[in-house]
Design a protein around this ligand. Structure first.
Ligand code: IPD
Ligand code: CA
Ligand code: CA
Length: 264
């Protein structure tokens, strides 16, 4: 387990926000049956969790900037540090009462992601990583899976939906992947998908149209777990392009090759 002051700051903030989120998830299950549905309630839950995270992070590290999904960019006086915060990743799951969502917090220092946590409050799974110190799930060190054959691999992906992304391109890419992979999954929380690659549950993952708060913590987790992360073209900065491809060295390379072979 990493016991650094930085990881303590992140996990304390995340645990505090997760208590509110978990309470609200219980309420969502009751609201499913109402005609209006839980939409407005979930937006409020999302904002509440973000407010808790923001206050805790600002108190512990005054001056750091923030990139918040709901609140936008908050400039800090310290120009070399900023947090990337997703208070609720997997909103659609949360809204429908599906227990697969997480809080994700990553810290960028001088353009590099140096620490992060992804927490699943339902399974009580805390994924943490700090640059040079390894990646952990609760108290256990984690590593990416060692499989080297795509035919055995469990592949995670993100799927576009109404009003979002390039549907045709996703169909062409997933069709290529399907004919080579052992299985394909769409779980609905990109942050947790990345955490699952870090601990070897998923062998590889790719998605387009993501934001920095979806990926920041996951990127440091996978690298510290011995994995490879790039954008979908193989470039080194997923946050700049908003696309991500990851896995162990061999399967990451194979994933990039397959994506490239898909008709445009
Ligand atoms: C979404 C989830 C989802 C991914 C979407 C994201 P949100 O984040 O990570 O898995 O496919 O692209 O926007 O909206 O639930 O925070
Ligand atoms: Ca979110
Ligand atoms: Ca998200």
């Amino acid at each position: 387990m990493i016991r650094s002051p930085l990881i303590t700051v992140i996990t304390d903030a995340v645990m505090k926000a997760s208590r509110a989120l978990k309470r609200d998830f219980g309420e969502v299950e009751n609201l499913q049956v109402s005609r209006k549905g839980p939409g407005d309630f979930v937006s409020a839950a999302d904002r509440r969790a973000e407010q808790i995270l923001r206050e805790a992070l600002e108190k512990a590290r005054p001056g750091y900037g923030l990139v918040l999904e709901e609140g936008g960019v908050v400039e800090g006086t310290d120009k070399s540090h900023r947090w990337h915060v997703d208070p609720l990743d997997g909103t659609t799951n949360f809204l429908h009462g599906v227990p697969q969502f997480a809080i994700s917090v990553g810290l960028e220092r001088e353009g590099q992601i140096v620490a992060g946590a992804i927490y699943d409050p339902i399974k009580d799974e805390m994924f943490i990583a700090e640059r040079g110190k390894g990646a952990y799930l609760n108290n256990r060190r984690i590593r990416v899976a060692a499989r080297s054959d795509m035919a055995d691999a469990l592949v995670g992906c993100g799927m576009p939906h109404i009003g979002r992304g390039d549907h045709g391109r996703f169909l062409r890419e997933s069709s290529v992947i399907m004919s080579h992979a052992g299985g394909l999954r769409r779980f609905g929380s990109a942050a947790l998908d990345l955490a699952y690659v870090a601990c070897g549950r998923l062998d590889v993952f790719w998605e387009r149209d993501l934001n920095s708060w979806d990926m920041a913590a996951g990127i440091v987790l996978i690298r510290e777990a011995g994995g490879f992360v790039s954008d979908t073209e193989g470039g080194s900065n997923p946050i700049e392009t908003g696309t991500i491809a990851c896995g162990n060295e061999t399967l990451h390379r194979e994933l990039l090759r397959l994506l490239k072979s898909a008709p445009r």
